[in-house]
Design a protein around this ligand. Structure first.
Ligand SMILES: Nc1nc2c(ncn2[C@@H]2O[C@H](COP(=O)(O)OP(=O)(O)OP(=O)(O)O)[C@@H](O)[C@H]2O)c(=O)[nH]1
Ligand SMILES: [Mg+2]
Length: 192
């Protein structure tokens, strides 16, 4: 499994991944330096305690590694797509000038043949800012309904803020889906 976090420059990838790694590590005075190249973040599954690690290994992952690729690297993001199973795409809802372009960029990425079976998490971030776009407006601007019709990937949308920790639990649920419950098969008459 390989997780990649991309999105335009300054959209909030480093802040989001830092707050997932350590909640409350970010506040409204935090500032992160633009990522030149890539960063690797190890995110721990909050539902798996150290002592449970061996017991649960086969059922739930204890952690995932996520590679952030800086927005300035957009022209060469593709080099990292080989084997990518999960894509986290971060959009800054407070940046009116960037949202539509971010949608176009998302579309070009999702037409990439190597990402046809990847799971996509679309993160609308900086939701703590008063001048942000609301979820529906942002989704209209990136034309999500149209994208969903034309693309085959499963796209999950979450709203987050690295400052207030809003939506981080939804990101965790996407990263660490609960193990499938074993279903007891109903006996058919033939199976007697
Ligand atoms: N209010 C608020 N500001 C945020 C949030 N996330 C990021 N920021 C601000 O946006 C700036 C850029 O965020 P980064 O996380 O560095 O952006 P990035 O996507 O990693 O950018 P690149 O590495 O250049 O691609 C930060 O320094 C913060 O000032 C958020 O959730 N709320
Ligand atoms: Mg960064």
């Amino acid at each position: 499994m390989s997780h990649i976090c991309i999105g335009p420059k300054g959209s909030g990838k480093t802040h989001l991944l830092n707050s997932l790694r350590e909640s409350d590590s970010i506040n409204d005075t935090s500032h992160s330096v633009s990522t030149v190249g890539t960063n690797i973040f190890t995110i721990k599954n909050p539902n798996v305690k150290e002592s449970d690690t061996n017991k649960q290994k086969s059922r739930q992952m204890a952690s995932v590694q996520i590679r952030e690729i800086g927005g300035t690297m957009a022209p060469i993001w593709r080099r990292y797509f080989e084997g990518a199973t999960h894509i986290i795409y971060v959009i800054d809802t407070s940046n009116l000038c960037q949202i539509s372009a971010a949608g176009v960029l998302l579309y070009t990425i999702l037409t990439e043949p190597r990402l046809q079976t990847a799971d996509i998490l679309l993160v609308l971030t900086k939701m703590d800012l008063a001048y942000r776009q609301m979820r529906n407006e942002a989704l209209l601007m990136i034309q999500l309904a149209k994208l969903k019709k034309e693309l085959r990937q499963k796209i999950t949308v979450v709203e987050t803020s690295a400052v207030t920790n809003t939506g981080l639990s939804s990101v965790m649920d996407w990263l660490f889906p609960p193990p499938l419950k074993k279903t007891t098969q109903a006996k058919t008459p033939e199976s007697h």
